[in-house]
Write a protein that binds this ligand. Structure first.
Ligand code: ADP
Length: 454
């Protein structure tokens, strides 16, 4: 049985049939028992009435047996309404005052004295307040044809009820099974489409139950896979594009030098060297990113003091800032907690941020490196009053190969912030950017969990 659909229908059918069968069985048993009891009581009462009447009329039991065995059918019918054709004898035994059997049945033979225990279950016949005999039920009466027919009718009604409810259960089962399995069929279809290469799938969410949650999770997964695939495709294209321009420049120069068209002047060699360096940087960046992706970025985690880190960066970039006539300040709160990270990798992150700030801040601008803390984190900030970032670009700047200004020709790979984010993430921190808009400067914040008590 491979289909969940069939399994569900069968389960519904089985449960409802078991319920119906059980209640039918109990109902039938109860009816038979009650009905048998009723018939028995009725027969017994009638027997008692007749023999009592007999004694009252004749004042003796003499001739009672002949009376009861009379061939008068009307009389017999009246006396023994409980007798069916199959059971011509009355199942009731009558004893006289001396406990002797005067109407026999079964093990109670004529004239035998009945034991006290047998008598105790019987009904005493009283005439003028004197016990003149006892009626004992010697066997359960059989049902006559009419009574049997009544029971058969009840059984048929129960059977019809069972069939009816089985049909309803089947229809309900089909409906419910279809409803339950629909999302699964849709999910299966979507997964097959994904396997065939259509990665972006949106399966309609039809309920809030487990299947609804499964569908939502599947849709999210499909969106992420398709986005990752799109990024990978875009990245391959970007890498090809970024490799092509320096290679074109280098091969152009070398061709001209080889053919003697150009002379190898120091300027030309410098230009070639710049392009090679650009290639080198790109390859290094890609290598760092791939290592971060694989979780292989070597880490030498230790406690890092924020102030020392910022001062080290400011010292490295001091000359460059001076050359661009940009002021580079370091501002730190007193008594800052330390944080755990690889100090060289964190320096790489800050170099990247300060490098960008220098690149995107015009002459005469200002860059501030600051360190502070909130309840749980050390906050390292790099702020500039340069070019700023457009609101539309802000959510994308940490993506690989993203450059806000696509037309820009330069040595930037568009990987710097992606690498910074990968490193910060690996060290358990968070990096965010904000900008009031174009021309209003930018601010980058690296937030690292503080070492408690440090
Ligand atoms: P790139 O190598 O192009 O600088 P990054 O990943 O370092 O790549 O930065 C991505 C983009 O974010 C940049 O192209 C630039 O548009 C924007 N950006 C980054 N830092 C700054 C900044 N300090 N001021 C203005 N824009 C910035």
């Amino acid at each position: 049985m491979r289909s969940l659909f069939i399994k569900l229908i069968l389960a519904f059918l089985f449960i409802s049939l078991t319920g119906v069968a059980l209640s039918a069985l109990l109902a039938r048993q109860a009816t038979t028992r009650e009905f048998g009891q009723f018939v028995q009581d009725q027969g017994q009462n009638r027997f008692v009435t007749i023999v009592t009447d007999y004694y009252e009329v004749y004042g003796t039991w003499d001739g009672i047996l002949q009376f009861m065995q009379t061939t008068d059918t009307s009389m017999q019918g009246m006396l023994m309404p409980f007798n069916g054709r199959n059971n011509p004898e009355s199942p009731y035994v009558l004893t006289d005052q001396n406990n002797r059997v005067i109407i026999p049945f079964g093990r109670f033979d004529l004239n035998n004295v009945v034991s006290a225990s047998d008598l105790s279950g019987g009904i005493q016949i009283k005439v003028n307040n004197t016990v003149v005999g006892t009626v004992i039920n010697a066997a359960a009466p059989a049902l006559d044809a009419r009574q049997q027919a009544y029971l058969d009718r009840i059984s048929r009604a129960l059977l019809l009820g069972a069939l009816g409810s089985a049909a309803v259960a089947l229809l309900l089962g089909i409906f419910l099974a279809r409803t339950f399995t629909r999302p699964l069929r849709e999910l299966t279809g979507a997964i097959q489409s994904m396997a065939e290469g259509e990665l972006k799938q949106a399966v309609p969410v039809r309920s809030k139950d487990e299947l609804g949650k499964l569908t939502i999770a599947f849709n999210q997964m499909s969106a992420q896979i398709s986005q990752a695939n799109e990024l990978r495709r875009q990245m391959t294209a970007d890498i090809a594009h970024d490799l092509r321009s320096p290679l074109t420049v280098i091969s152009g120069y070398i061709e001209s030098l080889r053919d003697g068209v150009l002379k190898p002047t120091p300027t030309r060699l410098d230009a070639i060297y710049d392009e090679v360096q650009h290639l080198q940087r790109l390859v290094d960046d890609l290598h760092t990113l791939s290592q971060a992706d694989a979780g292989n970025l070597t880490q030498n985690r230790q406690t890092v003091a924020p102030q020392a880190l910022l001062e080290r960066i400011a010292a490295w970039y001091g000359h460059l800032a001076e050359a661009k006539n940009i002021s580079l300040e370091v501002k730190t709160d007193e008594k800052l907690p330390s944080f755990m990270a690889d100090p060289d990798r964190m320096a790489q992150v800050l170099e990247n941020l300060v490098g960008n700030a220098l690149r995107y801040t015009p002459d005469g601008g200002k860059i501030v490196l600051s360190a502070g803390a909130d309840a749980d984190n050390v906050l390292l900030k790099v702020e500039d009053n340069g070019k700023g970032i457009e609101p539309e670009a802000l959510p994308h700047i940490f993506e690989r190969f993203y450059r806000a200004d696509e037309s820009r020709q330069g040595n930037e790979s568009g990987l710097g912030l992606a690498i910074a984010k990968a490193i910060v993430d690996l060290n358990g921190g968070r990096i965010t950017a904000s900008s009031e808009g174009v021309g209003k400067g930018s601010s980058f914040t690296v937030s690292m969990p503080a070492v408690k008590g440090a």
